[in-house]
Ligand binder design. Sequence first.
Ligand code: NAD
Length: 295
Amino acid sequence: MSRIAFIGLGNMGAPMALNLVRAGHELVVFDLMPQAIKTLTDAGAHAADSARAAVAGAEFVISMLPASQHVERLYLGNEGLLSVIQPGTLIIDCSTIAPETARKVAQAAQAAQLAMIDAPVSGGTGGAVAGTLTFIVGGQSADLDKARPLLEKMGKNIFHAGDAGAGQVAKICNNMLLGILMAGTAEALALGAANGLDPVVLSDIISKSSGRNWATELYNPWPGVMENAPASKGYAGGFGVDLMLKDLGLAAESALQSRASTPLGELARNLYSLHSSQGHGGLDFSSILNLYRKA
Ligand code: NAD
């Protein structure tokens, strides 16, 4: 069993860390929010007072933070973790961040005789709880092989996308599509409801027809259609509008740099941006339905 430092215990990090504790690993955890730590200590993990204290003696460091700036601040600079993690440790960053940031931190890690992989995930909070996440990894094959036994306790599918940063590129492409599909699903359900259809019946029809997608199968945006979806829990928890907006921003930056054309991604980014600017940034991203739904 391994000694693991786990940093960032939010909607995703907490259930992921919990699966590692349940698999018998020794976890030392840290989050800026004390209430996030409690779930883990109740399950048998040890709490650290700081991220620097958490990584002392760790064989693996796993981070699950919101965005690029958080990952950069955690690892780089005079106060950054790279200056205190013991050589030979493998860092697994599961946050969704800019590919350039992933590469920058991986290079700095290598200079400090540490290995690092970017391992963003797909599958939502349901997948994190069930241990069925998809890991999309960028980095050296040997480092992925070392991480695999841990990733298998948190996920079902593990892909090697390429070198450092490649996991993030693939994840950004996936999430751009997810943002488009969720907005499209909300639009279609609202159109049906505005024309007298029952959203439950329409959802059933779409989920067995050619419009079916992850949102209609597992994460329906209409309240009451799926008991366990965030839509049926007041859009609490899940995947925040502002996190989706961040990912669509990463897609837009990647498109600009590579001169790729992403008109639907841009349109989706604008829709989530409008929704966030109306004060809904903290709700689950399926609440985009409220932009379309008649009062
Ligand atoms: P979240 O906001 O629920 O959790 C982030 C946690 O990180 C918070 O508890 C916060 O206190 C903590 N944190 C921030 N800075 C920290 C620091 N310096 N030290 C310690 N803790 C710190 O976010 P989430 O939904 O868990 O998402 C995390 C990442 O996973 C994001 O990059 C997101 O895009 C990605 N992701 C989320 C989902 C989802 O469904 N929620 C799915 C796939 C990927």
